[in-house]
Design a protein around this ligand. Structure first.
Ligand SMILES: Cc1ncc(C[n+]2csc(CCOP(=O)(O)OP(=O)(O)O)c2C)c(N)n1
Length: 245
């Protein structure tokens, strides 16, 4: 909201697309063009919307389960396609809405109701996943580092292509209780104490980096944007066929 206001994007040109989960409830609370879709499929809906209404600034709000488990396939292909939508992943490291099942972002060793002795699997690093899949902007911040989070969202909007902002949030009930993380305030303070700017992390030793959350812009590059490329094809075919649509 703060970023939209700061960037003075007219409300009627903003579309909020969300999946299903606690985080995805956000679409219901916001007064823009909103689309509350199905679990894991928000990026597919957003892709269709951007194709027919390229003038819209689209934010796609998803949980960590939503975006990287059931929606993992959409995530990598949207990144590969480089369509100009802005994904914001609310990473509370658990399936919050359904009662604390482990997600692909639950850290290895942490508990979930489907992993009562701790997750044996390694968790994804969304930044690396985004880069590997071809996203042109990938950044991370936390709910403690709100100014940085606003800035990252703004930079993401300025990027002409697929932008991913991972917002580290917290779920004191679904994750905190099982992992004895303390109160909501304690979980917020954990981010304060464990976040490190990605530029600094690059020069730290591997162990330190592993125990910390790197924040800031992790990746940025310029690549052809999907809708623009598609429009070029439509235009060239139109000209070939003598201008008729
Ligand atoms: C196709 C489908 N499968 C499963 C569900 C049940 N379901 C609803 S929310 C949810 C998990 C949400 O977790 P996450 O995406 O991490 O978001 P959070 O609630 O933590 O914000 C699941 C599995 C569903 N609604 N639709």
């Amino acid at each position: 909201m703060r970023t939209i206001e700061k960037m003075q994007i007219p409300a009627e040109n903003v579309a909020i697309v969300s999946g299903i989960g606690c985080s995805s409830r956000a679409a219901g609370y916001l007064n823009f063009q909103t689309l509350h879709t199905t679990h894991g499929r928000a990026l597919a809906f957003a892709t269709g919307l951007k194709m027919v209404r390229p003038e819209l600034t689209i934010f796609v709000l998803m949980g960590d389960g939503d975006s990287t488990a059931i929606g993992g396939n959409h995530f990598i292909h949207t990144a590969r396609r480089n369509i100009d939508v802005n994904a914001i992943i609310f990473n509370n490291q658990i399936y919050g809405m359904t009662g604390g099942q482990a997600s692909p972002l639950t850290p290895q060793g942490k508990k979930g109701s489907t992993a009562p002795f701790g997750c044996t699997e390694r968790n994804f690093d969304i930044m690396k996943l985004a880069m590997g899949a071809g996203a042109t902007f990938a950044a991370r911040s936390t709910t403690y580092h709100l100014k940085l989070l606003d800035k990252m969202i703004e930079e993401g909007v300025n990027n002409k292509g697929f932008s991913i902002v991972e917002a580290m949030t917290y779920c004191p009930t679904g994750f905190g209780r099982q992992n004895k993380s303390g109160s909501a305030a304690a979980m917020l303070n954990w981010y304060k104490d464990h976040a490190v700017p990605v530029e600094k992390a690059a020069v730290s030793d591997a162990k330190t980096v592993k125990e910390r959350i790197t924040i800031g812009i992790h990746h940025q590059e310029q690549e052809a944007e999907f809708v623009s490329e598609y429009e070029k094809i439509i235009e060239s075919q139109r000209q070939k066929s003598g201008g008729s649509s």
